[in-house]
Design a protein around this ligand. Structure first.
Ligand SMILES: C[S@@+](CC[C@H](N)C(=O)[O-])C[C@H]1O[C@@H](n2cnc3c(N)ncnc32)[C@H](O)[C@@H]1O
Ligand code: SF4
Length: 384
């Protein structure tokens, strides 16, 4: 049976952060409203099972939004539905994204009892001043308390951190990273602050309230991240993900980066599924009410799917695969006409940004610093 992952999107947050452009709605939910959304997700999962047939379930990921606001009983219920529908592998990874407020940390025990094995904690920073700038609703002390508790309760824990804040000094970022390492996280995801269109941060920068971190500083902060985490025994297995050895890699995200199948349920969730060599994309309606309405009365009818052309599928493989140190195989990008002798490949190898062999292509450490630029050149060259 081929492997399958499940992504479950919980779209509610207690407060909307000024940099966030995910599909999120301000609400704590609970009660009947939470019940209705969970019922729609259960129906959605059953419909996907009717389409996929039996598969080996390797991962369930509760993402958001803020799934740590979900009632643990609902998390347990959805895990049990997934395991009843598909065959759970012995090494099934069950991850959940949590915000580190005291109120949410109080649910960690319930979430672990519900079956969560891996907690991804949105620390973002360990400085009160930076957290205030990021509009977070937790203090650095709460972040530290939640980290200690998570590391004690869960088999595996990851910390999300955001860097490249305006004027951020290398020393300040180095101290945050070091504290994350010292606390004992075995997986760290440091993300460079991106000013996303339509967010409060985009409006603030447009009216000149503050200027984003300048590019050379961003590059220095990225380089510092690589050097410091590598010295602490972390492998930079993906552009923004560092793990203390292969067993600590995020198995769910590896499904995305290696082109495997995953079902996406919940408002706005994306999925990718394959059948008879054809790849399909799914996207659920964004608004919770529309999502619930779409599932009502649909019974086991499959959610709408878009068939990807072989070029679209290969383009996705290139964009996702080059994020990983292992890269992609020539066979996966054949539909783009990329071969070892392609002029763009030769140029990128000579520049020291790509490495190739008989199996495929992968970025060098220097290439990963310029990944967006590299992938744009490869895609444009294949379109010629
Ligand atoms: C789905 S989000 C949020 C998970 C959780 N609700 C939280 O806020 O901690 C996953 C991660 O994406 C990162 N992120 C979101 N927006 C970002 C942005 N504009 N720039 C950089 N990182 C971002 C944050 O580190 C966040 O933890
Ligand atoms: S960053 Fe996290 S908590 Fe903040 S709005 Fe986005 S999903 Fe919600």
């Amino acid at each position: 049976m081929s492997p399958l992952g499940i992504y479950i999107h919980w779209p509610y947050c207690a407060r909307i952060c000024p940099y966030c452009d995910f599909n999120v709605y301000r609400s704590r939910r609970g009660g009947d409203a939470e019940e209705a959304l969970v019922a729609a997700m259960r129906a959605d999962l059953a419909a996907y099972r009717a389409w996929t047939g039996p598969r080996a379930l390797v991962s369930i990921f509760f993402g958001g939004g803020t799934p740590s606001l979900m009632a643990p009983a609902h998390v347990a219920q959805l895990i049990s539905v997934c395991c009843d529908l598909w065959s759970a592998e012995a090494e099934l990874e069950i991850s959940l994204e949590a915000n580190p407020t005291d109120a949410e940390a109080a649910r960690f025990e319930g979430l672990r009892a519900a079956g969560v094995t891996r907690l991804s904690l949105g620390l973002q920073s360990l400085s009160d001043q930076e957290l205030k700038f990021l509009g977070r609703d937790h203090s650095a002390a709460e972040g530290r308390r939640a980290s200690m508790l998570a590391l004690r309760l869960f088999d595996r824990c990851s910390a999300d951190l955001i860097y490249a804040l305006p004027n951020q000094q290398l020393q300040a970022w180095s101290e945050t990273l070091n504290e994350g390492v010292q606390m004992g996280f075995s997986h760290i995801s440091p993300y460079q602050l991106t000013i996303e269109a339509g967010t409060a941060f985009a409006r603030a920068t447009q009216r000149g309230a503050w200027r984003p971190c300048e590019e050379d500083r961003c590059a220095d902060l990225y380089d510092l991240t690589q050097t410091q985490l590598s010295a602490a025994g972390f492998e930079a297995y993906e552009v923004s993900n560092h793990a203390k050895g292969p067993s600590e890699r995020a198995r769910h995200n590896l499904l995305y980066w290696t082109g495997k199948d995953y079902v996406g349920v919940g408002p706005g969730a994306h999925g990718r599924l394959s059948r008879d060599g054809v790849r399909f994309a799914t996207q659920a309606p964004d608004r919770p009410a529309a999502y619930i309405a779409a599932r009502r009365g649909a019974n086991l009818a499959p959610p709408p799917m878009t068939r990807l052309t072989s070029v679209e599928a290969a383009e996705e493989r290139l964009l996702m695969g080059l994020r990983l140190v292992e890269g992609v195989s020539w066979a996966e990008v054949a539909a783009l006409g990329l071969v070892p002798e392609s002029p763009v490949i030769t140029a990128l190898v000579e520049e020291g940004h790509l490495r190739i062999d008989a199996i495929g292509l992968r970025t060098t450490a220097a290439g990963r610093r310029l990944l967006d630029h590299l992938t744009r050149r490869l895609v444009l060259a294949s379109a010629d």
